[in-house]
Design a protein around this ligand. Structure first.
Ligand SMILES: Cc1cc2nc3c(=O)[nH]c(=O)nc-3n(C[C@H](O)[C@H](O)[C@H](O)COP(=O)(O)OP(=O)(O)OC[C@H]3O[C@@H](n4cnc5c(N)ncnc54)[C@H](O)[C@@H]3O)c2cc1C
Length: 404
C-alpha cells in the first residue's frame, strides 16, 4: 500500500516555506507540513540521495509521531523491536543493568521502541512525501533576509525567494550561521560504525536487544536492523588529534580491533566480523541563544547537535518537525514570527537538557575502573525500571504543541 497521500495545496497563511536539507529532520518537516496541508520546498545539496551511516534507535517519543504521520506499516516491515537494552562490563561482560523494551515498552507508551537502518528510515520518509517538493543537487550557499522575505542563493547560481526558511542542514548548518557565530565542539572521541550480516553472528539475533559494553575511554553498542538482516555496530575510540567530522570517512577494522585489546571475547568477535567501517570524529555544539529570526528557524542537528550517547538526535529532530508544524499551522499571514517564537519556546528546554545529558553520558559510559565506575554501576543496577524513562519516552510532542 502506498502511504503517500494527496498533494497538499494549503500554505501557512499563504507563506512560501523553504526547507534547507533533506536528512531525517528536513524530510520529517516536509512530511508533517504536508499532512497539515502546508506546502513547502525542500532543497538538498546532494545529487543522489543516499543515507550513509548505520543504525539509529527510535524511541516511543519519535515512533508515535511517525505512526501518526502514516509510517507505521512501513516501519514495522524494516525495523526491529528489541526486547531490552543490556549494559555490560568491558572485560568480563558482566551484566550491569537491563531495561525491558518490547511489549512492556509498547504497552506503557503506546508506541514501539525500534532499531532501524538509517537508510530504511530515510527511504520511508522519502516515499511518503510528495514527489515534487524535493529539489536535489541544490546546495544552499547564502541566506539573505530582504524586505519581502528571505532569499536563498544556491551554488548553481539560482535563487529562491521564501517567506519562511527552515534550516535542516545538519551540524555544519549554513542556516544556523545566520543565528549564531559558533563552531562545532570536538568531543575528543571518534566512533566507528558498520554492519555485520546476521549470518555471521546468529546468536545475537535470537533475542534481539540493544547491547552496550562500557569500559575505560570507550564503549561499544550493537543492535539488529533491516528486519534482522544486519547487526549495526558502533564502537567509540579516543580520536587523538583527528577531529575531521564527516559522514563518509573510512576507518580500518584492524585499527578498531586494536583499540579494544583486552575487552571480552564477545565484543572482539563482533568487531572482527565487520567488513568495512565508517569513522566519525564526534562533535556537538552548545545550545543556541535563539532558534529563529522571525523568518528563519532551525530544526534537528542544525538547532541542537548532540553527542550520540543518549541516542536521541534523530528522535528530537522528529519531535521538532511536529511542533514546528503545529505552530505554523496556527499562524496567519502576519503570525509567522510568533509561530517560530512559540516553536522555540516549546522545544528549547527539552533539547537543551538532552544535549547536556548526552555530554554527561559521554563521561559515564567511558569511566576507567575505580570509584566513579563503581558508583555508576550501582546507579545502573538500581535504574532498570522503564518508568524512569517516562519523561523521555512518554513525551507527546504533538499533544504538547496542541496537535496530534
Ligand atoms: C554515531 C551516531 C549514532 C547516532 N545514533 C542515534 C540514535 O540511535 N538515535 C537518534 O535519535 N539519533 C542518533 N544519532 C543522531 C542522528 O543521526 C542525527 O541527530 C540526525 O541524523 C540529524 O538529522 P538532520 O536531518 O538534522 O541532519 P543530517 O542528517 O546531517 O542532514 C542534513 C541534510 O542537509 C543537507 N545539507 C547540508 N548543508 C546543506 C546546504 N548548504 N544546502 C542544502 N542541503 C544541505 C545534507 O546533505 C543532509 O542531507 C546518531 C549520530 C551519530 C553520529
Amino acid at each position: 500500500m502506498n502511504e503517500k497521500r494527496t498533494a497538499p495545496t494549503g500554505r501557512c497563511g499563504g507563506s512560501r516555506i523553504a526547507v534547507v536539507g533533506a536528512g531525517i529532520a528536513g524530510l520529517t518537516v516536509a512530511l508533517s507540513l504536508g499532512r497539515a496541508g502546508i506546502r513547502c520546498e525542500v532543497f538538498e545539496q546532494t545529487k543522489q540521495l543516499r543515507e550513509v551511516g548505520a543504525g539509529v534507535q527510535l524511541a516511543p517519543n519519535a515512533t508515535r509521531i511517525l505512526h501518526r504521520l502514516g509510517l507505521a506499516r512501513k516501519l514495522s516491515m524494516v525495523a526491529v523491536r528489541p526486547s531490552a537494552v543490556e549494559m555490560r562490563r568491558w572485560d568480563d561482560g558482566r551484566l550491569l543493568g537491563l531495561t525491558e523494551l518490547g511489549d512492556a515498552c509498547e504497552e506503557l507508551y503506546a508506541a514501539p521502541y525500534y532499531t532501524v537502518h538509517r537508510a530504511d528510515l530515510h527511504q520511508a520518509l522519502l516515499d511518503a512525501i510528495d514527489d515534487n517538493v524535493l529539489h536535489i543537487g541544490r546546495r544552499c550557499a547564502g541566506v539573505e533576509e530582504v524586505a519581502e522575505g528571505v532569499r536563498l542563493r544556491f551554488d548553481d547560481g539560482s535563487t529562491y525567494d521564501a517567506d519562511v526558511v527552515i534550516g535542516a542542514d545538519g551540524i555544519h548548518s549554513l542556516v544556523r550561521s545566520t543565528l549564531a557565530a559558533d563552531d562545532p565542539r570536538f568531543s575528543g572521541q571518534s566512533i566507528y560504525r558498520g554492519l555485520v550480516p546476521a549470518g555471521a553472528l546468529p546468536f545475537l539475533l535470537e533475542d534481539p536487544k540493544v547491547r552496550l559494553w562500557f569500559g575505560p575511554d570507550q564503549h561499544c553498542v550493537c543492535y539488529p536492523v533491516s528486519s534482522g538482516r544486519f547487526l549495526s555496530v558502533g564502537a567509540t575510540a579516543p580520536a587523538g588529534s583527528r577531529s575531521d567530522e564527516s559522514w563518509t570517512a573510512q576507518g580500518r577494522v584492524e585499527d578498531l580491533v586494536e583499540t579494544y585489546q583486552g575487552w571480552n571475547e564477545e565484543v572482539i568477535s563482533i568487531l572482527k566480523a565487520l567488513d568495512t567501517v565508517g569513522r566519525w570524529a564526534l562533535h556537538d555544539r552548545d545550545p543556541l541563544e535563539r532558534w529563529s529570526t522571525g523568518r528563519v528557524a532551525v530544526v534537528g542537528d542544525a538547532a541542537h547537535p548532540m553527542l550520540p550517547f543518549q541516542a536521541q538526535g534523530a528522535n528530537q529532530a522528529i519531535e521538532d518537525a511536529v511542533v514546528l508544524t503545529a505552530c505554523l499551522a496556527e499562524a496567519g499571514p502576519d503570525g509567522v514570527p510568533a509561530a517560530l517564537a512559540r516553536y522555540e519556546a516549546l522545544r528549547r528546554p527539552r533539547t537543551d537538557a538532552l544535549q547536556e545529558r548526552s555530554r554527561t553520558n559521554s563521561r559515564t559510559f567511558h569511566l576507567s575502573d575505580g570509584e566513579g565506575q563503581r558508583e555508576r554501576d550501582l546507579v545502573l543496577a538500581g535504574s532498570q525500571s522503564l518508568r524512569q524513562q517516562d519523561w523521555l519516552y512518554g513525551y507527546d510532542a504533538g499533544a504538547v504543541a496542541g496537535r496530534r
